[in-house]
Design a protein around this ligand. Structure first.
Ligand code: ADP
Length: 464
């Protein structure tokens, strides 16, 4: 069953329940009010009968008393329209009846007559000859505490029943018409309300089929629930589009980066096919070797980035960062090639992480500091413990980075000076790897640099 049908049915169903409850309550209340009104007229008539016979004494016989009762003002059609009176003797036989009864008689219930003879007054609904319902009040005709007979005052319920039947018909027809109308209106309202959801579903299907991530949904009312759904959907598609674009850029950049060494290798292989002297041959082979090494560096770093991207779980263990820094310092002394390498302030600090990857972070930063500084430069490694964090600084007095390049140096394959990076064997991925590893450990990397003066890279990691 569609959501639209479900909504329309529940809407009409709920309204139906409310209408049925309301109609039943209204119908029963109205029927009771009308019957109460008849009963109060009958009781008023009974009190008038009492008054009319009040002055009589026991010498009066029943027939004379009956004339007194029938002569009372309650039998007047104008004073009490439709009110009929009859007098019965103690055996329940008719003694006299009001002229408006003509040849008919009010229905007699022996039980009520017996009750009346015992002095009880009662009101009951009885069925008359023509299937009419009559409300009959039965009361004793008492003179000086002696029951001489029975007086019955009747009122036909014909008009009341017609009024109640009309009300019933009106309520049933009205409720049915309202429920059907509500169902139809609900059906159209649901279509209007659900249309944006249908649009979102269509758009999602089309995007899935065509991979056109540039498509967006037109958000009509951003504040309502459907508007929020459409906005969320648009945001999600935007993120997918961004990641799709960056994926495409990444593949294009990677192919481009790998093409350069491949071209160099192929050129040198072509050269080797020709007759060459020993010296030229050695040069060709060494060029091929260094380009092959660059390619494997690129591929290794791409693989590492792919693993970091896919958020693969890595080794997590306590790592003494000060010991790790000391190891990298010793190793870097070999690479420093005459540059002054110093160990500055060093606190003791233990972090949780992958020792191999953290070593790579420090190694990449020291490698960059060496690559992008002259032989007279100084490189200083230091470690500070600060309020829940540990900060490792790699500072150099090298070439520095221009302010406009600083925001991009962590991007994949971004190099300030392509030629210099290439000459020093750089891949343009070193800092991306540093950033990704630091972030995977819940940390971050910051940099401050001044062109021609040097740079300081700081890796922040949360303390264990
Ligand atoms: P690369 O393999 O080219 O070194 P990186 O991602 O490690 O790639 O660095 C990106 C760029 O940032 C480098 O090409 C270089 O221009 C700049 N850079 C990185 N470290 C330093 C530094 N210590 N001093 C000056 N420039 C740097």
């Amino acid at each position: 069953m569609s959501l639209r049908l479900r909504l329309s049915l529940s809407y009409a169903g709920l309204l139906g329940i409310v209408l049925v409850v309301f109609s039943v309550v209204l119908y029963l209340t109205m029927a009771k009010i009308l019957l109460d009104e008849v009963d109060s007229r009958l009781r008023l008539a009974a009190s008038q009968v009492h008054m009319s016979v009040g002055a009589a004494d026991e010498r009066h016989d029943l027939r004379i008393l009956a004339d007194t009762v029938l002569g009372a003002p309650l039998t007047s059609e104008l004073a009490a329209p439709g009110l009929t009176v009859q007098v019965l003797d103690e055996r329940g036989r008719l003694v006299a009846s009001s002229p408006n009864l003509k040849n008919e008689q009010l229905p007699v219930d022996p039980a009520l007559v017996d009750g009346g003879l015992r002095g009880e007054q009662s009101v009951a609904t009885l069925a008359a000859l023509a299937k009419e319902r009559v409300r009959v009040l039965t009361m004793p005709l008492t003179v000086n505490a002696k029951v001489l007979g029975i007086v019955q005052v009747g009122q036909s319920l014909h008009d009341t029943d017609i009024a109640v039947a009309r009300l019933r018909l009106l309520l049933i027809a009205g409720s049915l018409a309202t429920i059907v109308a509500a169902g139809i209106v609900g059906w159209f309202l649901a279509r209007r309300g659900l249309k944006p959801i249908g649009d979102i579903a269509d758009a999602a299907r089309e995007i899935g089929e065509t991979a056109d991530f540039g498509r967006r949904i037109d958000v009509q009312l951003p504040g309502d629930e459907v508007g929020r759904l459409a906005t969320t959907f648009n945001d999600m598609i935007e993120r997918i589009e961004e990641s799709f674009e960056s994926q495409k850029r990444f593949v294009a950049d990677s192919s481009h980066e790998l093409r350069t060494p491949l071209t160099v290798i192929r050129g040198n292989v072509d050269l080797l096919k020709r007759p060459l002297g020993n010296e030229d041959r050695r040069e060709c082979l060494s060029a091929i070797e260094s380009e092959a090494e660059r390619m494997s560096n690129i591929v290794a770093e791409l693989l590492l980035l792919a693993r970091l991207d896919s958020a693969q779980e890595f080794d997590r263990q306590p790592v003494e960062l000060d010991t790790l820094l000391l190891e990298v310092y010793r190793q870097a002394k070999v690479m420093a090639q005459g540059r002054r390498l110093l160990l500055g302030h060093e606190d003791c600090a233990v972090v949780t992480g992958d020792p191999g990857r953290l070593r790579q972070v420090l190694y990449n930063l020291v490698d960059n500091a060496t690559k992008y500084s002259g032989e007279e430069a100084t490189i200083t490694l230091s470690l500070h413990r600060l309020d829940g964090w540990v900060r490792v600084d790699v500072a150099d007095t090298g070439v520095g980075i221009a302010a406009e390049d600083l925001p991009h140096i962590f991007d994949r394959f971004y190099r300030v000076d392509k030629a210099r990076s290439r000459a020093t064997g750089g891949t343009g991925l070193g800092l991306t790897v540093v950033k990704q590893i630091a972030e995977a450990h819940g940390g971050k990397v910051t940099v401050s640099s001044a062109l021609g003066k040097g740079s300081t890279f700081s890796v922040w990691l949360p303390l264990t």
